[in-house]
Design a protein around this ligand. Sequence first.
Ligand SMILES: Cc1cc2nc3c(=O)[nH]c(=O)nc-3n(C[C@H](O)[C@H](O)[C@H](O)COP(=O)(O)OP(=O)(O)OC[C@H]3O[C@@H](n4cnc5c(N)ncnc54)[C@H](O)[C@@H]3O)c2cc1C
Length: 495
Amino acid sequence: MAEASINVNKEYDLICVGGGIMSATLALLTKLVQPELNILILERLDAVAKESSAAWNNAGTGHSALCELNYTPETEEGTINCDKAYKIYSQFEISKQFWSFLVEKGAMSSIDFIHSVPHYSWVYGEENAEFLEKRFEALKNHSMFSDMEFTKSKAKMEEWFPLIMKDRGEEEVMAATKMSNGTEVNFEQLTTQLFKILEDEFNTPVHCHMDVLDIDPDDNVEWSVEVKNRETKAVNHYDAKHVFIGAGGGSLLLLQKVEIEEKDGYGGFPVSGEWLVCKNEDIIQQHHAKVYSKAGPGAPPMSTPHLDTRYINGKRELLFGPFAGFSPKFLKEGSNLDLAKSIKFDNIPSMLGAFWHNLPLTKYLLEQVTMSHDDRMNDLRNFIKDAKSDDWEIMVAGQRVQIIKKDEYEGGKLQFGTEVVHSRDGSITALLGASPGASTAVHVMLEVLEIAFPEIVHSKEGKEMLKQIVPFWKEDTNEDLLKKHMKRCKQTLQL
Ligand SMILES: Cc1cc2nc3c(=O)[nH]c(=O)nc-3n(C[C@H](O)[C@H](O)[C@H](O)COP(=O)(O)OP(=O)(O)OC[C@H]3O[C@@H](n4cnc5c(N)ncnc54)[C@H](O)[C@@H]3O)c2cc1C
């Protein structure tokens, strides 16, 4: 993005590594709260939002637990645990508040990055239908989910998602829930706009082709960041009081180079993804929904199959997936040596422990990797009975690096969420993991902001500013307040 060279002699208050949605969100939040801070953003590729934040590399679901069944697990007692669903719902509301704030201030050039698309959970078989009904009963009394509709009626489902209901036999047992306030988000478009605001309003551009090689302690400031320009091959060092490693899948490898004890024991397990993308315009127009079903046995939670309406580059699209795969790369544009390079003395026990306790996942991934186009089409036919191979093509999605961390009992644990790892003094922060992902970027970057700059966040001015930007953050929201703010976001983002 930025053509001008970077000032080597400057001391930066914050260097953000990576040009994805996380760095964009953190840098903009920081500038809004304290405009005079100097921020430098470094991206190794030739443009921003080309890895996981790219539109085709993720599913674009505004994750708010409206349809994702893995956020409401069934307990051993047979009840439904809704805690995670409430948490994720609130976190997505915080994202919407931030985006609404930017729109209201006239900073966003377009709200085309977000669309209203209903979210459905849809399951087949007696046992799954029973689970879905229990989930509905558990959620419906909470104000967040009070609009949820449940049905076992095929006629109703035909109204909701006709493409899926075509040619269904009377004997098939099914159930579905509907949430009308679901969203489809183009995180690439959003990220690009956030960086544009940083450049235009705060004179903070992203410097591309800048590969961060290392981050070392520095005598004068806190950290010296070693950067190689991939075009000129020149290597330079930049001084920073704070560094945020927002390098997506690349974060672990960088964190491992930083001399802080908090990084010890962390490892990563890469899971790649693929979609079936519909090429037939007639079929694309027959579906306007995000329909999530249940993941199969041994499948990781993010492999829940879903049939999604997308809006990419101004065009409506239809995607099915994701199919999981294995690649030793930590970034789509990464190296085949990434996984091998990430194995260190301090994380061998965690890696072995996690592997040993996740054998069903390994089996599942092996099965997925060996799937042919016909096998994938057969999975799709669980959703669209008469799907034709010629109408669908395979596309490679983004790379997710799941966190492996130390565990007292099992040696190591595989974790499917995200985690902020940071030095005790907060001068270095890194985001590991990928789920629930871009939807909750604002919540997780507020956490980073507070760790890195507590004096700003807790100051009177900081608190006042954050109250305007994200009124929900850290608030015990009562029902009236929740409804008021939700209405505001709905109007501003035209949802
Ligand atoms: C298949 C799939 C489906 C998903 N679906 C959803 C979804 O439906 N909803 C949702 O909310 N989230 C979803 N996610 C997750 C979401 O895409 C990510 O959480 C989010 O995009 C991560 O943003 P990021 O900024 O951390 O990383 P990225 O967007 O990957 O950005 C990191 C950047 O850092 C750069 N970089 C890496 N190493 C270096 C280095 N050494 N020096 C300089 N730059 C570096 C990379 O080139 C990249 O541009 C999905 C992810 C995948 C893979």
